[in-house]
Design a protein. Sequence first.
Lengths: 736, 388
Amino acid sequence: MVDLSADADHKLTEERLALLSVLQELTVAALDLLNPCTPADDFLDRVAERLGCAVALWLQPDARGQVGLLGASGLSPASRQIPIPRLSPHPRQPGALWVDLPYPELASPGLVRWSVPIDDAGAPSSLLLMYFDREPHLPRQYRGMVERLGGVLRTALVHRQLFARTLDSERALQRERDFSSAVLDTARALVIVLDPEGRIVRFNRACQEVTGYSFEELRGEPFWKRLLPPDEAARVVTHFAVLASGRGFDQYESDWLTRKGERRLISWSSNVLRGESGAIEYVIATGIDITEHRRMQQERDQTFQREQQARARAEEQEGRSALLAEASGLLAGSLAPEDALRSVAALTVQRFADWCAVDLLDGGHSFQRIAEARSEALRDTVPSRMHCSLPDLDAAHGPGRVLRLGEAEFCPDGCAAMSLGCVRDAESLSEVVEFQSWISVPLLAREHALGALTLARMRGGGPYGPADLALAQELARRAAMALDNARLYQQAQLAIGLRDEFLSIASHELKTPVTSLQLSVQGLMRLGRTGALRTAPVASVTHSLEVIERQAKRMAKLVNTLLDVSRIHAGKLELEFEEVDLAALVRDVAARFTPELASTGTRLRVHAGTAMPGVWDRSRLDQIVTNLLSNAIKYGEGRPIEVRVEGDAEVARLEVRDQGIGIPAERHARIFRAFERAVSSRHYGGLGLGLHIVNQLVERLGGSVQVESEAGQGATFTVELPRQGPRAAAPAGLGP
Amino acid sequence: MRIQIGKSRSPDCAAAAREASHQALRGVDAPTFALVLCTDQYDAPGLASAIDAELGQLPWAGCCAAGVFVGTELLLQGLVIALFHGDDFLVGVGMGGPVSVHPRAAGRAAVAGAVARLPLKPPGFRRTLFVLPDALSGNSTEVVRGAQREAGAGIRWAGGGAGNTVPFVKSAQFVQGQAYEDQVVVIAFDAREPMGVGIQHGWSPYGPPSQVTKARGSTAVELDYERAFEVYRHTAESRGDALDTRGFPRFAMNHPLGIPQANGEFVIRDPLSVEPDGSVRFIAEVPDGSLVRVMQGKRTDLLDAAAIAATLAREATPGTLGGAVVFDCVSRYLVLGDGVRDELAAFQAALGEGVPLVGCLTLGEVGAMGGGVPQFHNKTAVVVALPG
């Protein structure tokens, strides 16, 4: 017997299991719909397979009534291309919308349609349409299942659309990112994006090219760790902290260190990106590699500076040359060197110094400040009374030292200006006038310092440099040369005058015996022509002959004197050394002067009792004693003369003292020079060469001659001679 | 539309082609198309060449199968040629592939090719598509979906997977005098009267349902969150059978999986093997998330199903029949053994004695069970009744 109840239960169970299975499978399959990339066609294929429908369609109208086909099963490709008409009012259901689908697959007679609305948030709703070949033999629950499936599809659709929008947004965002990345990568500027902690979030291609690092190598790294030189890190991190806190430093420069260790100078412009809460989320920095630009700029600046300096040097050099030229013109155009030096000093303070002084040595240890000039600037700066003391020759610095040593002194910058000795009157005390820089150079001519040129410049005029020192030295050299030339000229003029006077004297001296000689000779010749010579008294003839002889000797003596001077000056004076007793020689010479002493009434006392032998040239020693004694008689005005010979083992001393007219002190230096004389030739005859010859001969014999005299007080000449001849065993006869 | 069938048991390609074609052509004045079905012992290219030589310009297509039959005569080695003639139908043949790479695209290409070779469908003509995929190369379920996607609705579907018998390694598809592998052949008929298609299998569920909790194509990795083989083992245990992997093929042969349909039918999935990880590989796709049942089939149920399928086909075809084409799963033969002749007799009896019947033992079958869209089935019989 058949258990109908059991069969019914079994059938019901199987139906429900089938229902559950279909719903389960389609629900799982619907999960794929969440992915908008998965076509809905696959899901509708499953629906058609499991429900046994011939066609399954999923339609989606939009707000404008345009119907789209979300998915289909059972439509050929050709059918899918057929456009769907817009929604229109349903012909039989007022208020409802309807669309007449144009697909040939739906033209078969007997098709049964199930329509399942899939409500979603938007209106009108999408629709799931299932077409069966005939009325499906499905349990009634499938209506409910399909509606439930519609709910699943609604959820799936919402998520699918949401997911699609998400994907669209992501794609748009990705496109935006790609675009931004492309822009960033295309940009030649460096772009780096950092989080507030300084970690690298973005790093464009330009950054990669400059640094040699890829973005992936540096992603998430604090930028100062890999990209900054250690000496820059602290400063840049401080800047970044300020920037990341939203304050300032949006423009700055910093060095980046490349993978190869090269430093690149980057000019940065930074900004911050804030989130919705206002908090800073990113720091965006855009930079330009200005390494080459800066280097070129520096090179240009350096070149410009070099050009400027060269131009300045050229201008300075031109100024110096002009100054030198002008100074040379002043110096060369004047035979009064002091005046020229004053003009030069004035010129110098116009162009080269604020203060200039010229000090000239006067031969001994004294000097004279012949010029002091001040610039207008100095006068403006020191309007009150200013005075400069004369140099101290014992000073450690300054013009006194230059005068003393003949060496230049250069104070480039900041030396004590006190050495210049310039002070100005202040309220209570005198203040030193401060100069920034000064130069003091000697006036050197023929290795002799003639004086000093001192220049000083105030602060603001720029310190003197080596070129200025060279200019000062050149200026001093030219001044010294001009000064020396002027002095030589003066000396030459003086010598010419002396020479002319000497020639006049010599002519006179020579003419006097010649005249006497001519008269005597003419007298004798007249006697001879008249025949009276034979009858002339012998005494008369003898007298004439004695006159002739005396005048001839006098002429010979004059000529010998001139020859001696000539030999001395020509260095051809030959000495013959032998042992000579100075005392005996003095006695002999004194004896020879007996007639003259007698004729002038002069008493001579000779203190030469003790022999004083030495190695000397006898004739020249004789000449020394003769000249001194002759001078004493000549200028002694007949008063007593004393000659004394003394000495020790080394030196023999000859002293000739008269009590005549004497010699003023200022002429002591001149009386031993050639052609110089202490008295006028009008009153005292002679060539004026006696003392000059004495001096020259004494020097040849290794000794010295001194004079002590005052005008009207007589004169004492003292000759000291080494008894062993000239020192250093200098060969006799060699020149001075 | 009528068919005239020729057959040959000759193992020689030329002889078989000659014998079968001569029989088929005998008395037929204007043949339109030839459906060629053969067993796997032949050299496929050689056989194709021989048949082409015999049939001349006549379009023909077909495939290799585990066995062929004419009426109630099963040939485990042999060739059958069904010659279609009549003026009430049009035919076109297309091919697509490789199915191992793009199965869905292969199905679409084959349908598109076949339809493209058809003249414009005359008004009132109904279209039927025979789909013959290489069942050993790819996912035939996807091939059928591709074919359906291209063809649209309103089509009668039939067909079967080309291949040989155990161990299922060789396959051949024939089109235009050439033999191919890894392809799908689609034969499109536009006929004045519809071809009736019946599809039944006779398998029924038992035991509790199991959810496919993890699937990968034609492999069920997990059922009810367990390895698929474990579910099979539990099922066997519930029946008092101890099951291990060695004994699985024999057990599985009689216990396929059924995928429930809304109309109460089941789409059968035939297990092939247990994989090392305990998953179970099937002839066709197992849908993820579905509730599947282990099926069983009594001999009488299978025979009844064959009769029902033929009856459904017969009833869906108006008028007298010009013949019938049957795609019967090879595993039914493996289950029924010699009893398969009873199944063939059931087909013949339901269709009517004297109706020319030709068919083959296939690896999977194509048809729309209960109407609607076609699917790829296993352990199923598909009967196409040709309107005379």
